[in-house]
Design a protein around this ligand. Structure first.
Ligand code: AMP
Length: 282
């Protein structure tokens, strides 16, 4: 595995790779890697000849400065894991390297309703920050295929929108959420939970499963209410949202007609850590 810290060096290297006709897969991450991240690398190794992974904790996508300060950093372990997973090129840029002219957002990306729903609503500016960093990373790496996780379902939709808006010829491939055996979705933020909270946090998955198992045509409010009770009883202090939405638009659905594709999404706090998860219901 070759490690790059400078954007222009990586870019130069990739131009030669592409000239030789090899397809590149790109896995952007914020580090504190777990098996979920590694599954994206595995996927890339299956579909592309060269796999590029980046580790960059992007300051512009954190709407809460404390969350940014406390974001786990385990860089030495990450480098080992990425190398073991068979990644070819690792990009480890500094903030200066990604944002040479400063952190301020110069472009506004038109994300339409996506920016007013769910994560868009509860994390103002978050998706603009995601677009800002993805724009820069995609300019540098210019991959044939981009690999992202369905754990961040709305983020996948936002990045697809960015690719379309910018007319990039990049295929987005999304991978299923990897979970602990308990059902808890793997997440870098889980590292900040106590052992007790980690056990209690499985309530998010139980609540999602409850909604899936009890879904019937008609109003869905009772399902959402019961999911709220499950979270509350397990020690979740606050819920940003528990929502049942159209799986392609993320518009909330109050009454299911028995046909449209649905997804349930949750964002909730335990020990002051904000966890998100989702489950397709249909
Ligand atoms: P992050 O480092 O949290 O920005 O995540 C980097 C990529 O890994 C994103 O595309 C995430 O959706 C994906 N990812 C995070 N957690 C998981 C998981 N449990 N299973 C699969 N992919 C994941």
């Amino acid at each position: 595995m070759i490690l790059f810290k400078k954007a222009d060096e990586l870019q130069k290297y990739l131009i030669e790779i592409k000239a030789s006709g090899q397809k590149t897969g790109f896995v952007p991450t914020m580090g504190a890697l777990h098996q979920g991240h590694l599954s994206l690398i595995e996927n890339s190794k299956k579909l592309a000849e060269i796999t590029v992974c980046s580790i960059f904790v992007n300051p512009t996508q954190f709407n809460d400065p404390k969350d940014f300060e406390q974001y786990p950093v385990t860089i030495e372990q990450d480098i080992r894991l990425v190398a073991q997973a068979g990644c070819d090129l690792l990009f480890l840029p500094s903030v200066q390297e990604i944002y040479p002219s400063g952190l301020q957002k110069q472009v506004h990306y038109d994300l339409g309703r996506l920016e007013t729903l769910l994560e868009g609503k509860y994390r103002p500016g978050h998706f603009q920050g995601v677009c800002q960093v993805m724009h820069r990373l995609l300019d540098i790496v210019n991959p044939g295929i981009l690999f992202m996780g369905q754990k961040d379902y709305q983020q996948c939709m936002v990045v697809q929108q960015l690719i379309t808006l910018e007319g990039r010829h990049i295929r987005l491939v999304t991978s299923p959420t990897l979970r602990e055996t308990s059902g808890l979705a793997m997440s870098s933020r889980n590292r900040r939970l106590s052992e007790t909270a980690k056990e209690n946090a499985t309530a998010v998955y139980h609540a999602l499963q409850f909604m899936k198992q009890h879904l019937q045509p008609g109003p869905v409010k009772a399902l959402i209410d019961e999911a709220g009770v499950i979270l509350h009883q397990s020690g979740f202090e606050k819920t940003d949202y528990i929502s049942i939405c159209h799986a392609q638009t993320l518009e909330p659905v109050n009454e299911w007609d028995g046909h449209i594709p649905l997804i349930a999404l949750i964002a909730a706090f335990i020990e002051n850590i904000r966890l998100i998860d989702n489950l397709p219901l249909t």
